[in-house]
Structures are given as structure tokens and as C-alpha cells.
Design a protein around this ligand. Structure first.
Ligand SMILES: Cc1cc2nc3c(=O)[nH]c(=O)nc-3n(C[C@H](O)[C@H](O)[C@H](O)COP(=O)(O)O)c2cc1C
Ligand SMILES: O=C(O)C(=O)c1ccccc1
Length: 419
């Protein structure tokens, strides 16, 4: 018998009677002081192939590294004698209120990271009142995710299939299941070359080889969870073991073009964001085809190696579309300080990919809650020290050393906070 995934929150009252040191997951999550600590835990408890699939980037991983470096080079300016009574981290994005200025990025094969997969992610996001994005390559269906967290702000990410009918079916189901915003990913007509995956022989579903069996003996918890929960019923997953590149080559449309974006726009009446924009020209063209917003992203350094970091591309994208269009940034966000940096640089909101998955690997839903809690504390602290009481107070006047300065005249906020 396969067991159904319980909602652990129902067991929470009981957990108060369990001494913390007996609840090993809680104890190890509690011991993590930042997302990097969660990454270390994730590495210990997850088999190498899924861990590297998350952790790695394309080719020499130059973009992956640069994504981190550019954030480290920026200086945030403390404001002395600008004490704030309380910090309000809430904001509005894609027509919904979010308690924090970040949401969960779409990720494929999430169940490989932890058996709770998307269900753990969406429940943690909903508890924190932030949006959750389900990937076309997710491991739970649109309906399962909606049912698991009916109150969630849920977004759906579309990869365009060669088979247009299948894409259309996903769009109809997304609409029916209450997903109000569509993210169309345009940077993955083919998958980037990911050397760690090639070296690990990563395949979906995982192959049983001597090394996976050995790995299982070191990570019994992961294997137990994986083998005893319901496998996905999701149609986009094949049952024979295939590499990621083979899988995408057979299903994704490599000829993806602006005409397709026009077609998707005609089929989807909700909000539409184009994900993977890094240049002014693509930003302008996406806007002219009716995109409501853009996601400046290099896919976490997993696609074109040596593509620019999002923080570098943000300024020209902002200049191209003006201050009214919503711009979300992702790639490289590992702390609340990074979130604050991106917002000062002109992004309206950010998405977290790996940071979320490290938490998920480290402790399922509770691990994601821990990530959100850590980022939230870091955002509040940075804002408090910068004299910013609200998200609208964050702007270019509070940063120095951005890779490219924000365009003149298109700055948010238009004035310094009033005192
Ligand atoms: C394991 C993994 C799987 C991903 N799968 C998808 C996907 O299915 N669709 C998509 O649009 N982006 C996908 N992404 C990219 C993320 O949505 C996001 O752009 C990226 O992770 C942001 O960078 P960060 O990991 O540094 O936060 C994936 C990223 C990771 C790490
Ligand atoms: O791994 C990824 O980054 C990704 O976007 C993807 C691509 C194909 C299948 C699953 C995920």
C-alpha cells in the first residue's frame, strides 16, 4: 500500500509533546541560521544526483557563479537616525497582495528533492502568504496542488509542447483550478548542457545502479520517503528512464518564437509574465505582444552559460518597458539581503528557486517554512537598518555599486521616504 501524503500541520499540536531532540528534522532545521546552512543539510540527506541537479548550472557554471558575485559587490546604505517603529514587508504583485516581496519559482521534478514535493512547497508558501508557481514539469498535477492549498496564490509556468493541444489543455485546467497568473518560460527551447547531470547519469525516473544502491544506504530517509509515497500521476512524465535532455528534446518545441507568444496570449485571458528576458529588445517585443509583466532571469545559470546576471540586465529591461510594467527578478537570490538589493535596483518582486529547494530537501514543507522565515528576518533587519518602513521606500538611493545603474527618471520610489 502506498501511503498518502499527510498534512503534517495537523500533527503539530501533538509535536509539542515530543522533546525537540527527538524530532530530528525540527532540530536540524532549527540549527540552520541561513540558507547556506540548509544547503549543507540538503547535501547530507539527499542523493548526489538530485542534489547536483538542483545545485548545478550549465557548462563551466560561470553564470551560476556570477549570479552570486554581483549581489556581493553591491553596497546597501544604512540610514542612521531614521529609526522605524515597524517594518511592513508586504507588497502587491500580479494583482495579489503578498506578505513578503518574494515568491516560489517554478521547478521541475520537485518530488526528487523531497517526497513532499510541490505539496510541501505550496503549503509553506500559503502559510506565509506568498505566491507559489507550479511548473509544467512539476510532479503533482495542477488540481492536486490547488486542492492541497485552496487559499494559495498560485501561478502556473508553461513550457510550450510541440503538441499545441496539450499546452491548451494545461491552460484550460490551470484556469479552472484557480491559477491566476501564467509564466511563459522562453529561455528553454532546448536545455542547457549540465555537466554534473551528465557525470551523475541523472535520469528520470532514477536508474537502479550500484552507486544509487550505495547512495541509498547513506540516505535511507530520502529513499524511504521516495519509495513509499504515491508516484505522480502527471502525464508529462515518462515511465521509462530518460535523461533530461532527451525528455525535453522530445516534448518541448525548439522553434519557440514570438508568434507562439502571440498565440499563448490569445489563449490565456489571465495575467501573463514572460520568464527569461535579459535584453531590452526582447523586453520591448514581449510587452508589445501583450505581456503584463516580465521575469528577468537567466534560469539560475542553468541554460546559456555566460549569459548576464539578472541584476546586470535589469536596468536595460526597466528602461525598455518603463516604470509601470511589473518586473520580477530571479537567479542568485540566497538571502533576504539579496531580495532587498534586487528591489532597490528596481525589481518589483523576486522569485527563489534553489533557496526554496534547499529547504525542501532539508526538511520538506517545514524546511521551506524555515527558508521563508530566515529570508523574512533578513529582509526585516536590512530594511530596519536602512530606515525603510515599507517596500515602496526601497530604491536606488539606498544602494551603491550596482553593476549597471538604474535608468534615470525611472526610479522607484519617486522620492525619499517622508519623515
Ligand atoms: C531544479 C530546478 C528546476 C527548475 N525547473 C524549472 C522549470 O520547470 N521551469 C522554469 O521555468 N524554470 C525552472 N527552473 C528555474 C527557476 O524557475 C528559476 O528561474 C531559477 O531557479 C532562479 O535561480 P535561483 O535558483 O538561483 O534562485 C528550475 C530551477 C531549478 C534549480
Ligand atoms: O531543470 C530546469 O532548469 C528546467 O527548467 C527543466 C527543464 C526540463 C525539464 C524539467 C526542468
Amino acid at each position: 500500500m502506498k501511503r498518502r501524503l499527510p498534512d503534517w500541520s495537523e500533527l503539530r499540536p501533538l509535536m509539542t509533546f515530543v522533546p525537540p531532540r527527538l524530532d530530528r528534522v525540527a532540530a536540524r532545521l532549527e540549527s540552520a541560521a541561513d540558507v547556506w546552512d540548509l544547503r549543507r543539510i540538503a547535501k547530507r540527506v539527499t542523493p548526489a544526483a538530485p542534489f547536483d541537479y538542483v545545485d548545478g548550472g550549465a557548462l563551466a557554471e560561470r553564470t551560476l557563479r556570477r549570479n552570486r558575485e554581483v549581489f556581493a559587490e553591491v553596497e546597501l546604505l544604512p540610514r542612521i537616525l531614521h529609526g522605524v517603529d515597524s517594518v511592513d514587508t508586504s507588497t502587491t504583485i500580479a494583482g495579489s497582495r503578498a506578505a513578503l516581496p518574494f515568491g516560489i519559482a517554478p521547478t521541475g521534478y520537485t518530488r526528487l528533492m523531497h517526497a513532499e514535493g510541490e505539496i510541501g512547497g505550496v503549503r509553506a508558501a500559503t502559510r506565509a502568504r506568498i505566491p507559489f508557481t507550479l511548473s509544467t514539469m512539476g510532479t503533482r498535477s495542477l488540481e492536486e496542488v490547488a486542492q492541497a492549498a485552496p487559499d494559495s496564490t498560485r501561478w502556473f509556468q508553461l513550457y510550450l509542447w510541440k503538441d499545441r493541444e496539450r499546452s491548451l489543455d494545461l491552460l484550460r485546467r490551470a484556469e479552472a483550478a484557480g491559477y491566476d497568473t501564467l509564466l511563459v518560460t522562453v529561455d528553454t527551447p532546448i536545455t542547457g548542457l549540465r555537466l554534473r547531470d551528465a557525470r551523475n547519469g541523472l535520469a528520470i525516473p532514477p536508474r537502479l545502479t550500484l552507486s544509487t544502491i550505495l547512495d541509498a544506504s547513506y540516505r535511507p530517509g530520502w529513499w524511504f520517503n521516495f519509495l513509499t509515497t504515491d508516484p505522480p500521476k502527471y502525464a508529462s512524465l515518462s515511465t521509462t528512464s530518460t535523461t533530461l535532455a532527451e525528455l525535453t528534446a522530445s516534448m518541448f518545441d525548439p522553434t519557440l518564437g514570438f508568434d507562439d507568444l502571440r498565440w499563448i496570449r490569445e489563449q490565456w485571458s489571465g495575467r501573463l509574465f514572460v520568464k527569461g528576458v535579459l535584453t531590452a529588445e526582447d523586453a520591448r517585443q514581449s510587452a508589445s505582444l501583450g505581456a503584463d509583466g516580465l521575469i528577468v532571469s537567466n534560469h539560475g545559470g542553468r541554460q546559456l552559460d555566460q549569459a548576464p546576471p539578472s541584476l546586470t540586465a535589469l536596468s536595460e529591461v526597466r528602461e525598455a518597458v518603463g516604470e509601470d510594467m511589473e518586473i520580477i527578478l530571479d537567479s542568485g537570490i540566497m538571502s533576504g539581503t539579496d531580495v532587498v538589493t534586487a528591489l532597490c535596483a528596481g525589481a518589483d518582486f523576486v522569485l527563489i528557486g534553489r533557496a526554496y529547494l534547499y529547504g525542501l530537501m532539508a526538511g520538506g514543507r517545514r524546511g521551506v517554512e524555515r527558508v521563508i522565515e530566515l529570508l523574512s528576518a533578513e529582509i526585516r533587519t536590512a530594511m530596519g537598518l536602512m530606515g525603510a518602513a515599507t517596500i515602496a521606500d526601497l530604491g536606488p538611493h539606498l544602494v551603491r555599486g550596482l553593476p549597471v545603474p538604474p535608468p534615470a527618471g525611472v526610479v522607484r520610489p519617486s522620492s525619499e521616504p517622508q519623515r
